[in-house]
Design a protein around this ligand. Sequence first.
Ligand code: 4AD
Ligand code: MG
Length: 465
Amino acid sequence: MKRDFQLPDIIRSIGEDMKTIWISDVLNGKFDGQNIELKGWVKRSRGSNKIRFLVLRDSTGAIQCVGKKDTLGEDAFEQLKSALIESSIIINGMVNPDERADGGYELVIQSVEIIGPVNPKTPFPITESAMAAADGGETEFLLDNRHLYLRTSRMTTMLKIRSSVFGAIHSYFRNQDFIEYQAPNFVAGAVEGGSTLFEVPYFPTEKNPERKAYLTQSWQLYAEAAMPALERLYTIAPSFRAEKSRTRRHLTEFWHAEMEVAWANNQEIMSYGEGVVRKIATTLLEERSAELESLDRDLETIARYADSKFPRIRYDEAVETLQGMGVEIEWGQDLDYSKEKVLTQDFDVPHFLTHYPKIAKPFYHRVDPDDENYVLCHDLLAPEGYGEIIGGGERTWSEEEILARIDEEGTPREPYQFYIDTRTYGGVPHGGFGLGVDRVCSWLTGADHIREVIPFPRDSRRITP
Ligand code: 4AD
Ligand code: MG
């Protein structure tokens, strides 16, 4: 097709024949007064039998387009009128700066082509009133129509922020020479206790006609096997937990950023945790300020997370604080969400809780040589009542101790033989942590529920769409 304008440099092309102009570039004033072609979907459409106002959206923004019957002619005007919400269309028109229009621009339509029409008998179900009923949250209706809900500006915004969070984690670790490393998702044993294991039937054998595999709860144990090879490793991968209770911060399939480092102690591992969280906050300020503001998130708050040191307090101190607040808690209990919520309500920045009681944590946590009732571990608790976003610490690294800890828990040794071997052959002090990426997204966006930040949330009730 012949074009009557020079393609400016800033046009990011998808192949030679498919030059695409992004709406955000138009709104940034790069095409003032030019005739251009825009591709996108109809966000809104209204008007009379003489003039139509159509809001066109693409992945970068939305622009009002105006078409008059006088200039377009009868047929083209009818085409324009028939472009229902979420039809995909290509519009040619002239870019007209106009202060009255949302975003300060209007496209004066010269021609329109409907690519993917929407049938008037089955209009797009996610209407403005359905969105208003959800009031910024998510109704069952919106969850049932998740595949279509993804196109709304709220969900698009969440997905862009999420992408920046993933990017920040990768660059944080890669900039420090960490190696990205993958572990299997089908495993033979638990990492984080048996109660949240998902069982999968797995090819019966003669010896084991009822053979089962489990979906992994964490990359950690297989990362420890590669620790003597790579020394600094990380991943971002899904983890699975059969969480029966439905809370605002639990998914059955979540994205887990995990790291493992050789020769590091609990304090050093916490510094990495603080580093990655601050890097995420910094990246969001650089890349996603507009999106955060559109969610009414206060940028000063995010800047405080980016710029502060995170205090480190012991579990015992936290329990005393909670008891002082009148919360019923016994020493030795892990902190559940209700307790973390109370504790973190008044935090101004994330806090590390260290030295949990041994009885509250799985076998791989290293016992504190100074007091065998505690383990050298940490949880990072996010403020604003949000609670745990990171769990990590030093690992039990001698062969003798790991065998004792496995036996103490009454866990069979057999599925962990590979893990024990890591200690048998040149074990060294080491440790790492896991960060719940969806939890971090939900905390930093201020979402009410973890479901809001993942495209297709999975919980105990829902595996569709
Ligand atoms: O505290 P967790 O269970 O620790 C581990 O899995 C360690 N093996 C990690 C390691 O040291 N490599 O989980 C780590 C983090 C939690 O702090 C939380 O942010 C997130 O994973 N998480 C969940 N996020 C969403 N839904 C769930 N059901 C989650 N369970 C844990
Ligand atoms: Mg934990």
